[in-house]
Design a protein around this ligand. Structure first.
Ligand code: FES
Length: 152
């Protein structure tokens, strides 16, 4: 069975009909062509799919799209303002906070949430707040520095 869901993604209203088992991640990637959010584990363990739903960080692979009627979703594609990068995107470049880049959209969305929630008092607090986002290249030190830069 499928359902119709109406939601806002990066400020744009969408009405889509999806199979009831469709995750938010698959809705973004396969129905809306927003492929910035990555599918790593598809099981809530890696954070590569992190987006904001009504301002809160979620693993989009774990949420059913049909549960999001009326929700406001922000993905990595929604952060920049024209040519101007979000301060945390710029900080990732300045701090060289990635290698392969696969986890980066999720790291950045989680970092935005971390900053907005005010969990930036220390490097340890940032690390704890972002512990759900794995980086197989091991760029954690630089990722924390990027969040510090953007929050300072
Ligand atoms: Fe969603 Fe890994 S793909 S947490």
């Amino acid at each position: 069975p499928s359902s119709r869901v109406s939601l806002t993604v990066n400020g744009e209203r969408h009405i889509v009909t999806v199979d009831n088992r469709t995750s938010l991640l698959d809705l973004l990637r396969e129905h809306l062509d927003l492929t910035g959010s990555k599918k790593g584990c598809n099981a809530g363990a890696c954070g590569a799919c992190t987006v904001l739903v009504d301002g809160r960080r979620v693993n989009s692979c774990l949420i059913l799209a049909v549960r999001l009627e009326g929700a406001e979703v922000t993905t990595v594609e929604g952060l920049a303002r024209g040519e101007r990068l979000h301060p945390l995107q710029q900080a990732f470049i300045d701090q060289d906070a990635f290698q392969c880049g696969y986890c980066t959209p999720g790291q950045i969305m989680s970092g935005v949430g971390c900053i907005e929630e005010g969990h930036t008092g220390s490097a340890d607090e940032i690390r704890e707040s972002m512990s759900g986002n794995l980086c197989r290249c091991g760029c954690y030190v630089k990722i924390v520095r990027a969040v510090e830069q953007a929050s300072g």
